[in-house]
Design a protein. Structure first.
Length: 282
DNA sequence: CATAGCTCCTGACCGC
DNA sequence: TGCGGTCAGGAGCTAT
């Protein structure tokens, strides 16, 4: 579920409400992908800074002004995995923790709660963004899709060095981050490129078209508030609307919206790929 | 080294 | 209605 647009929508929905808040208490539910990596009590009293995003990770800075602190910087690296969502509830209205609520951060300004049925998500303490474990987890990430430094020339050069299918490369996130299965399929459809095309066979104009299509797809999803294919909600609990405009994702067997063909489902790297063989060419 | 496959976990859905 | 099988949006880890 949560690809870059959903993660960014989540960030925007609570960043300005949690900034400046002090940590009051923590509650840990069932284990997530990795252990928290610190004693929960050690975070009490820390002050939340501005939430930032890198790829599909969120970084919540938690600073400690006290002189005794070993890590005055530090913060929590958050990931929503496949089924996670964050809610930030102000006041005393926070519902009691449910079966899938696995992390609560009670602050002076509200409760930040991670709900994650599949528990592929993560909340990890790191003494800094440039220190392990955060730096290790972020080390392999490719360029941010909207970074101006990611030029068509750079993108094409990165693709030329690979032999995998272009869909697989988009998903891997080590050239450019942000696309998950839905947006990778949608961007390839928009660029009219067959998802099985080898990266090193993509011409410069076609790779440029793909980069533009990826950016357009992610921007539109962001504007729509993200996709809600199953259960995505932002930190206010609002659902997204983008799934209603998916052109190929989840549409196997249905008519293509651009040509007379039929959308097909194949499997690449154990993941479903949806595309139209009529208008997406190698 | 690049690449392919496996894996974590729960829930929804489908066919019988 | 119940049961078993299949599939699901991520991404780090391990083997080749």
């Amino acid at each position: 579920m949560p690809e870059l647009p959903e993660v960014e929508v989540t960030r925007r929905s609570f960043a300005d409400r949690i900034v400046g808040a002090r940590v009051v208490s923590l509650r840990l539910g069932a284990p997530l992908r990795w252990p928290l990596g610190c004693a929960p009590e050690s975070l009490v009293g820390r002050c939340a800074g501005l939430v930032t995003r890198r790829g599909k990770y969120l970084w919540l800075p938690l600073s400690d002004a006290s002189a005794s602190s070993q890590h005055p910087g530090g913060g929590l690296l958050l990931h929503l995995g496949m089924s996670g969502s964050l809610a930030f509830t102000q006041g005393d209205t926070a519902p009691p923790a449910g079966r899938h609520d696995h992390f609560d951060l009670q602050t002076t300004q509200g409760l930040l709660r991670l709900t994650d049925p599949r528990r592929f998500g993560a909340v990890v303490w790191s003494p800094g963004l440039d220190a392990a474990p955060a730096s290790t987890l972020l080390a392999r990430l490719g360029a941010e899709p909207f970074d101006a430094a990611l030029t068509p020339a750079h993108f094409h050069a990165a693709l030329r060095a690979r032999r995998t299918a272009v869909k697989t490369a988009l998903l891997a996130g080590d050239i450019v981050v942000g696309a998950g299965n839905i947006y990778a399929c949608e961007a390839l459809f928009e660029a009219a490129i067959d998802p099985r095309t080898r990266c090193d066979r993509l011409s410069r104009p076609r790779s440029e078209r793909l980069l533009a299509a990826l950016r357009a797809t992610l921007s539109r999803a962001l504007e729509a508030g993200g996709s809600t294919l199953r259960d995505f909600r932002d930190a206010h609990g609002a659902a997204g609307a983008y799934q209603s405009v998916a052109r190929v994702y989840g549409r196997a067997g249905l008519a293509c919206t651009r040509c007379t063909g039929t959308v097909r489902r194949i499997v690449q790297g154990q993941r479903s790929t949806f595309f139209c063989p009529g208008c997406q060419k190698r």
